[in-house]
Write a protein that binds this ligand. Structure first.
Ligand code: ADP
Length: 419
């Protein structure tokens, strides 16, 4: 462990802090956990330490003393010291939701970077301020470690203008940055690379549609390793039907809700983000597993919710093949993509136009946590690939900090030569 190169990954929400110490080489999680219900009386801190990737938790601690993000990080520091992990952690990687157009890759955090992240708060008012709280707390707790920001949006910055531009008056983009940014970038990037490994082809030769289907759902068109389109937009509300989010709807509905039904803009926002999608349609649950079960019991609304979800998904997958020119493979990932065989089957059944023929046995037999192909030999390829966003963040944290350390060395050498 003395020579280990781990990264600490932090994902800071408004009332939570998820963390993991990861070996990016192997993907092993050395320690992981979360502090939740921060800033309330219910604040708690839970962590799990694992010997290797397949082992279950060895210890679980609940401590009701934790109150805010700084205290959560202080608690984490104490655990790291107790477990003697400090010398193995070489960098801290922060998940930052919105990088706007300012960040096309992960970046070493300095004051200028923090100001740019703060300037993007209007585009992600719930996320970016919380991400900055995490960065500040980690800087105070680990002043000797490089801090690296990894953005959900960065992977999609390669989209061409015609893909990211909305047909709105031009000044909405030029003055306010209103355009498509896309999210889940680390997941799309990771599974695209894993698909290339599985297919034994270079990523920069492949044309893929990647489908991240969790509570939030998005598609990406990944052409030769680069994102050229994606289904989420200015915000993560756009695109596919999700657990509680509506995805694409007629924008005129917003006007109808405010002017005909008297809803405030805040109520509309709440309704579209938290009460729509699978939950709103089914009036039962946002959880795909629960809806599959309810549908089997004859629940008509659960069936409708899943039918709408699968139909919109299939239609959007076909649309995302357009910018690729050809489709080498479709990749399913996220909680639904990795685990819900009946959903994958329903989607592929509607995509015979693209040449998909399901291998029913392979689809049923795909084991959670493992990658595999679920189509027959004569079919366009569809794969299931488990995502690992934390591993991407850990890998980027080490990569960016090492590049920076190398550049500093080169700079110092050339200064000392001049002197
Ligand atoms: P998040 O976006 O919060 O990370 P996940 O990627 O964990 O979410 O995905 C959560 C979704 O995955 C839920 O809708 C859940 O029902 C679904 N899911 C998980 N396991 C299964 C399963 N075995 N069958 C069907 N759906 C599943």
């Amino acid at each position: 462990m003395l020579n280990a190169n781990y990264a600490l990954v932090l994902n800071c929400g408004s009332s939570s802090l998820k963390f993991a110490i990861i070996d990016p080489q192997t993907g092993n999680e050395i320690l992981s956990g979360l502090a939740e219900c921060l800033l309330t009386d219910e604040a708690r801190f839970i962590y799990r330490q694992q010997g290797d990737k397949h082992q279950c938790s060895l210890s679980q601690v609940t401590d009701h003393q934790v109150a805010d993000h700084q205290k959560a990080i202080d608690k984490l520091v104490a655990i790291i010291e107790k477990q003697q992990l400090g010398s193995s952690i070489k960098a801290v990687g922060h998940r930052v939701v919105h990088g706007g157009e300012a960040f096309v890759d992960s970046v070493l955090v300095d004051e200028a970077v923090k100001l740019k992240i703060e300037a993007l708060n209007p585009l992600a008012p719930l996320h970016n301020p919380a991400n900055l709280v995490g960065i500040n707390a980690a800087q105070a707790a680990f002043p000797h470690l490089p801090q690296v920001a990894v953005f959900d949006t960065a992977f999609h910055q390669t989209m061409p203008k015609q893909a990211f531009t909305y047909a709105l008056p031009r000044n909405f983009y030029t003055d306010h940055g209103v355009r498509k940014y896309g999210f889940h970038g680390t997941s799309h990037q990771y599974v695209a690379q894993q698909a290339a490994n599985l297919l034994q082809q270079p990523a920069n030769k492949l044309c893929l549609v990647t489908a991240h289907l969790g509570n939030g759902c998005s598609l990406a068109s990944v052409k030769e390793g680069k994102s050229v389109d994606t289904s989420m937009g200015l915000t993560p509300l756009a695109g596919l039907v999700m657990g509680t989010r509506c995805g694409d709807i007629d924008p005129g509905i917003l006007h109808f809700m405010t002017d005909n039904l008297g809803l405030t803009s805040q109520q509309v926002n709440e309704l579209l983000n938290k009460k729509s999608g699978l939950l709103g349609l089914s009036q039962h649950s946002n959880d795909c597993r629960a809806l599959l079960h309810a549908e089997q019991q004859g629940d008509e609304l659960a069936k409708l919710a899943l039918d709408v979800f699968c139909y919109q998904l299939a239609k959007s997958i076909a649309a995302h093949a357009v910018p690729l020119g050809r489709l080498d493979a479709l990749v399913f990932t996220g909680g639904i993509g990795e685990n819900a065989a009946p959903i994958r089957a329903r989607v592929l059944d509607q995509l015979c136009l693209l040449g998909f023929v399901l291998d029913e046995t392979a689809n049923q037999d795909t084991v959670a946590g493992q990658a595999g192909q679920i189509t027959l030999a004569q079919s366009t390829t569809a794969l299931v690939i488990p995502t690992n966003e934390e591993r991407v963040i850990a890998g980027d944290a080490l990569r960016v900090s090492q590049v920076n350390a190398h550049q500093n060395n080169v700079r110092q050498n050339s200064v000392s030569q001049i002197n």
